[in-house]
Structure formats: structure tokens, C-alpha cells
Design a protein around this ligand. Structure first.
Ligand SMILES: NC(=O)c1ccc[n+]([C@@H]2O[C@H](COP(=O)([O-])OP(=O)(O)OC[C@H]3O[C@@H](n4cnc5c(N)ncnc54)[C@H](O)[C@@H]3O)[C@@H](O)[C@H]2O)c1
Ligand SMILES: O=c1ccn([C@@H]2O[C@H](COP(=O)(O)OP(=O)(O)O[C@H]3O[C@H](CO)[C@@H](O)[C@H](O)[C@H]3O)[C@@H](O)[C@H]2O)c(=O)[nH]1
Length: 455
């Protein structure tokens, strides 16, 4: 099939590459010419494991192409996916500017029947707005071309995006048109071979399903974070509790990790957007208010532990903290809503020097940290290091912020020798407190028992 994907970000590029890999001819369009130039030069603008190879193979076979030219992109396809960003507006609602602009661009150009598929995460009712925007453009040029708007929300996770797309748990298709549904089934058949993964429903339910999934996952995380803080006060260990409850199949072991609060480009904005929708419809989802509040507070928990250890915020002045991990989660360079930004901002404001290392997110982190904290403060307090070992050298303590694989099993004896101050603040509960303590390092986890065990 001939497919056009509008928006070549994390979702658009991964979807495009995966659709191409099963034999479709995919044209990816973006308004960001820098991205398209990079892709045409064989470079991948984002870090996503396996994506470089997948794009290169399919580009070499002529199955994936890149353009900024809307005329070419709309003429190319029978099916057009919209995968542009839907960032939060000031009031928390999803900003539909990019979606509606893409819809108008389609409406200005279609000359034959097509299916327009909304893959971006959008509030219920957006498909109606997309339909109206396209119709308006058609009317302006007295055209009567038929088209259908389908909702097909995406559930991939960054860092595992290709695997998630190639072997999805489910494929949600919201469509009120049998022919469009048939085309969607055909398109997704290669990803749904052994079991039918496609769940067909009406458009509004599909739009809501995406927010419901992210809100449910965010709920689990905030629940565990709040419970972790209670466990700590009670002398219990949240890791033991996690295993104890996760083995109940009704609860399940996934997405139960306490940490520094959820970040990323999806949960924070989608929880906000669903909350706003509920308020607008007079059905406030009170749970979501609490989930968001807990998450905001959780982003400061590690900073509070650090100040507690050193004897107050003032005691941080002149200290040096090593920080491992900057991206909001491992295996991505995405820094959107990364908890590291909050922690570093607070440390810098307290006059604490930060030596940070991340395997891939350093340059995006530098850009955002400069933007948020200013050149002067960053110049004085922030060093972005080339290795994990470099970051800890001579530091007064180490904070583990993102659980990249390379941080999983450090040599704690060596770490103790490198660190001037013997303390680890484990924002992901990655380490065994007993192992850390055995090396003479004080351990501070999230809701862990056995912290502060060092001599
Ligand atoms: N990132 C994820 O893991 C993920 C997963 C599932 C769903 N989603 C949803 O998918 C959507 C896209 O997310 P993303 O992370 O890929 O975003 P992104 O910011 O990485 O990419 C969006 C791209 O759209 C382009 N764009 C904006 N306006 C455009 C226009 N009018 N025409 C053409 N291109 C345009 C931007 O230049 C950008 O390259 C969002 O709604 C998001 O909530 C994201
Ligand atoms: O037990 C857990 C699991 C995750 N997190 C945090 O939650 C955030 C989100 O993690 P994850 O869901 O793995 O990453 P995303 O790439 O943001 O993926 C989410 O958001 C996407 C965009 O909507 C959806 O498509 C995915 O299904 C959904 O998992 C990160 O900050 C994680 O550190 C925890 O704190 N504890």
C-alpha cells in the first residue's frame, strides 16, 4: 500500500519504518526541514534502538522516502497518517494546532478518495474537527472528493518502540466506515498474524482508550510512589511490597516501580489533558488530580533526601554531586519532562555543583538546562561528563536518576574510592542497599529499608 506519514518524530518515523519494512511504500513528511535533510542524508534525528538499521534497509530498498513537500506527500498516498505533536496548552488541554494544520494541508490537496488516520494522541471529538477542517478546505475549492477519518492511537514506548510496533499488544482502530476499517485491517495484518490484535470500535471510544491507558499506567506509578514514601516512614521496603503485590495476576508485576515520578512526552501531558476534558464536561476525574499532585511532589523526593543527608539546603553550597542518567527513561535521548531537569535545577539553585553523565541525552539536556537555568548558572555549576567514571570522580555523592543498563552493576568498592563523600541516592531503586552499604557507602533509595547503613 502507499502510505504517507505526516510528522516524522518518535511515532511517525517508527511507524513509517515499520510499515515500510513489511512491504509498503512510505513517504514521511515533516515541516522541520532539518529533520528531513538529516533523514535524506541517512542520519536519524532521534535515538531509538534499531531504528537506524530499519530506516537504512528500507531506504535502500526504496520503501521509505522523506519530504517536506505536501503536494508530493498527499498525491502519494491512499492512506495518510497524522503523527504530529499534541503538546499541552497553557490550560492543560491538548494543543491541536499541528493536527488541524496537517488536516488543512490535506484538504487543500486531495483529489481522490483517501483514508486519513489520526495516530497522534488527541482528545475525544478531534476526528470531528479534523473532518471539518478537511471539508472546509475542500469547499473553498469547490471539490467534493470523499475521505474518511479514522482514529488509530499509538501505544509504543520510547526505547522499545520498534518491538512495540512490530509486536503490538493491541491495535486500536476507531472507524465508523466499513471500507476504511477493511483498509486498516489489511494494513495491520502483518503485525497481527498469529492472533488478531486489532480491536475495532467507534472513533470516540478509540480516542478515549489512549488517554485511559496512559492515565491507568500513571495511576499505578503515583500509587507506588506514594506507598513508597509511606513504606519508608514505616520501616518497610517498597521493593518487597512490589514483589508481594505484583505476583497477584489481578495486579501484575509491570509498571509498579517507585521512582522519581513519571516523565516523558506522554504521561504528564496526557494526564493533564484528560483531566481538563473531564472538568470541561462536568465530570472531574478527581483521581487524576491526585495522581498529578503526587507526581509533582515525587520529582523533589531525591533532592529532599540529598539535603537531608548533608544537613539542609544551605549545606549543599560548594558540594559536588555526580548524576548518572539524564533522559526521562533509558534507551532514549528524549528529555521531555525528565525528572533530571527538576533535580538539577534545584541543585544549581542551591549552589551545588553537578557533574552529570548520560549515554545519549547530553546534547539535548545541555540545550534544555541552559534554557531553564541560564548560561551563567550552568557555566558555574554544571559539567556534562563523557563517562560515568568521570562524573563520580571526587564528587561528594552520587545520584542515580535514569536506570541505563551501564549503571546497573557498578563496582561499589571502586565507586567508594572515586567518591570523596560516601553516599548514593538511588532514584530508581536499582541497587541492593546491602551491597552498597558493604562498600561503606550510605544508601538512600525510594521507600527502601536499610538506607543509611554505612558506617
Ligand atoms: N513519543 C511517544 O512515545 C508516543 C507514543 C504514543 C503516542 N504518542 C503521540 O504521538 C504524537 C506524536 O508524538 P511524537 O513524540 O512522535 O512527537 P515529536 O515531537 O517527536 O514529533 C512530531 C513531529 O511533527 C512535526 N510536525 C508538527 N506540525 C506538523 C505539520 N503541520 N506537518 C508536518 N509535520 C509537522 C514536527 O516537526 C515533529 O517532527 C503525539 O500526539 C504523542 O502524544 C507519542
Ligand atoms: O514502573 C514504572 C514504569 C515507568 N515509570 C516512569 O514512567 C515514565 C514513562 O515510562 P514509559 O511508559 O516506559 O515510557 P513512554 O515512552 O513515555 O511510554 C508511555 O507513553 C507512550 C505515549 O503515549 C505510550 O504509547 C506508552 O504505552 C506508555 O507506556 C518514565 O518516566 C518512567 O521512568 C516509573 O516511574 N515506574
Amino acid at each position: 500500500m502507499k502510505i504517507t506519514i505526516i510528522g516524522t518524530g518518535y511515532v511517525g518515523l517508527v511507524s513509517g519504518a515499520c510499515f515500510a519494512d513489511v512491504g509498503n511504500t512510505v513517504l514521511c513528511l515533516d515541516v522541520d526541514s532539518r529533520k528531513i535533510d538529516m533523514l535524506n542524508a541517512g542520519e536519524i534525528p532521534i535515538h531509538e534502538p534499531g531504528l537506524d538499521k530499519l530506516v537504512a534497509t528500507n531506504a535502500a530498498a526504496g520503501r521509505i522516502l522523506f519530504t517536506t513537500d505536501y503536494d508530493r506527500a498527499v498525491a502519494h498516498a491512499d492512506v495518510i497518517f497524522i503523527a504530529v505533536g499534541t503538546p499541552p496548552d497553557e490550560d492543560g488541554s491538548a494543543d491541536l494546532r499541528h493536527i488541524l494544520s496537517a488536516a488543512r494541508s490535506i484538504g487543500q490537496r486531495i483529489t481522490r478518495p483517501i483514508v486519513v488516520v489520526d495516530k497522534s494522541t488527541v482528545p475525544v471529538g478531534t476526528a470531528d474537527q479534523v473532518r471539518a477542517a478537511i471539508s472546509e478546505e475542500l469547499q473553498k475549492r469547490n471539490a467534493t472528493t470523499s475521505f474518511t477519518v479514522v482514529s488509530n492511537p499509538e501505544f509504543l514506548k520510547e526505547g522499545a518502540a520498534i518491538e512495540d510496533f512490530m509486536r503490538p499488544d493491541r491495535i486500536v482502530v476507531g472507524s465508523d466506515d466499513p471500507e476504511a476499517t477493511r483498509i486498516m485491517r489489511q494494513l495491520y495484518a502483518p503485525f497481527s498474524r498469529n492472533h488478531d490484535k486489532l480491536i475495532h470500535m467507534d472513533v470516540r471510544s478509540a480516542e478515549l482508550t489512549k488517554y485511559a491507558a496512559n492515565a491507568m499506567l500513571a495511576t499505578r506509578i503515583s500509587f507506588m510512589n506514594e506507598l513508597a514514601n509511606l513504606a519508608e516512614a514505616l520501616g518497610a521496603d517498597i521493593e518487597a511490597v512490589r514483589m508481594g503485590i505484583g505476583s497477584d495476576p489481578r495486579i501484575g508485576p509491570h509498571f509498579l516501580y517507585a521512582g522519581m515520578g513519571y516523565g516523558g512526552s506522554c504521561f504528564p501531558k496526557d494526564v493533564k489533558a484528560l483531566l481538563k476534558t473531564s472538568v470541561d464536561h462536568g465530570r472531574t476525574l478527581h483521581l487524576l488530580t491526585a495522581i498529578e499532585k503526587v507526581n509533582e511532589a515525587q520529582k523533589s523526593v531525591l533532592f529532599d533526601k540529598i539535603t537531608g543527608h548533608f544537613g539542609g539546603v544551605d549545606a549543599l553550597r560548594g558540594k559536588t554531586l555526580a548524576l548518572w542518567g539524564l533522559s526521562f527513561k533509558p534507551n532514549t535521548d528524549d528529555m521531555r519532562e525528565a525528572p533530571s531537569l527538576v533535580l538539577i535545577g534545584k541543585l544549581i539553585a542551591a549552589g551545588c555543583k553537578v557533574r552529570a553523565y548520560d549515554p545519549v541525552a547530553t546534547s539535548e539536556a545541555r540545550r534544555l538546562l541552559l534554557q531553564e537555568n541560564g548560561e551563567e548558572a550552568c557555566g558555574r555549576y554544571l559539567t556534562l561528563c563523557d563517562s560515568a567514571a568521570d562524573a563520580v570522580s571526587g564528587a561528594d555523592a552520587l545520584a542515580l536518576v535514569t536506570e541505563w543498563k551501564e549503571f546497573r552493576a557498578p563496582d561499589f568498592e571502586q565507586l567508594a574510592a572515586s567518591l570523596a563523600g560516601k553516599a548514593i541516592f538511588d532514584g530508581r531503586n536499582l541497587y541492593d542497599p546491602a551491597l552498597v552499604a558493604a562498600a561503606g557507602i550510605a544508601y538512600h533509595g525510594i521507600g527502601r529499608r536499610g538506607h543509611n547503613d554505612a558506617k
